[in-house]
Design a protein around this ligand. Structure first.
Ligand code: R5P
Length: 310
């Protein structure tokens, strides 16, 4: 097998390579003067399986195109199989049309991944589990929830409660709650626009309890902030623990989350931490999880019985 990295998260790709005790294949990912992606890989790949590590984190479109160029490059070198390891998959929130005139963004992404010659896709906690139905490419979904739950376990206050900040996060919250042996509560949220949400109701007992608000991703921080406000109104303790797989963390998130009484903020390294943020992040690495997934694919073993995949 051969492991290559795009430009999106080379630190993670290097960590996966260390876990697997392999060298990353030389790949140059740069930009032509007009901004087009320029990709050149070491062409010694004939008959191999190429694993391309490239989350499509911001700038999402640029990183997606780099992935497509890498896939085409390795395909032209005679690789047998191309596996895209995309721990954070952008556009997954656009899995349905909410008003006429919109595209189904994730469907378009699935089509271009397939067209670029990708055979298989490893993703971590994708926003939609419908990927398998939408994509022609075979999807291997992994989850970082057990890793994050393990990191949360030490030093949790008594009477904690796992909180889903919206209905879409309820299954995720139940997985955390089962691993941590805690109850679950749910916040009712309405999304008004890409960067505006309203939360107005809590289902479940949070009075006097320490909330652990979990989500698949934090982008602007609006969802978490709205949940924290309504939890306080419902009588939760004043400080809060937050855990999310993908710290997209737009510049706006630093300000929004910076104003919250955060006890701990956990994310994984599917996305590099923002360089210019004052947020104190506890970062849990998914490198062992991705390395395990690759080892299993190499050994033609199932992924769905891997503990970290449930
Ligand atoms: C939405 O359904 C997702 O699961 C997240 O809750 C959302 O994308 C987070 O975005 P933001 O931080 O901008 O509220």
């Amino acid at each position: 097998m051969k492991l290559l990295s795009g430009g999106a998260n080379q630190a993670l790709a290097r960590a996966v390579a260390r876990e697997l005790a392999v060298e990353l294949v030389d790949a140059r990912v740069a930009r032509f003067p007009d901004g087009e992606a320029e990709v050149v890989v070491d062409p010694d790949l004939r008959g191999q399986t190429a694993y391309l590590v490239q989350p499509t984190c911001p700038p999402v479109d640029a990183h997606l195109v780099e992935l497509l160029m890498l896939a085409d490059a390795v395909r032209r070198c005679g690789t047998e199989t191309v596996v895209a390891v995309v721990p954070y998959l952008g556009y997954a929130r656009q899995d349905r049309r909410t008003e006429p005139g919109q595209p189904v963004g994730i469907r378009v992404v699935g089509d271009v991944l397939h067209a670029a010659g990708i055979d298989r896709l490893v993703v971590v906690d994708p926003h939609t589990r419908d990927l398998e139905a939408i994509f022609s490419v075979a999807v291997e979904p992994a989850t970082a929830v057990p890793l994050l739950a393990e990191a949360l376990r030490g030093g949790l206050p008594d009477d904690a409660v796992v909180v889903a900040p919206d209905l879409g996060a309820i299954k995720l919250a139940q997985r955390y709650a089962a691993l941590l042996d805690l109850p679950v509560a749910l916040v009712r949220k309405t999304r008004l626009s890409g960067d505006e949400v309203r939360a107005d109701h809590v289902v479940g007992d949070v009075a006097g309890r320490h909330p652990i608000v979990i989500d698949d991703m934090i982008s602007t921080g609006g969802t978490i902030a709205a949940a924290v406000a309504v939890l306080r109104e419902a009588g939760s303790t004043s400080d809060v623990t937050i855990a999310a797989t993908h710290g997209v963390l737009t510049p706006e998130a630093s300000k929004t989350l910076g104003e919250l009484p955060i006890r701990r903020l956990l994310v994984t390294d599917t996305i590099p931490a923002p360089e210019d943020s004052d947020l104190e992040l506890d970062v849990v690495s998914v490198a062992p999880l991705l390395a395990d997934a690759i080892r299993r694919l190499e050994a033609d073993r199932r992924l769905d019985d891997l503990e970290a995949f449930h």
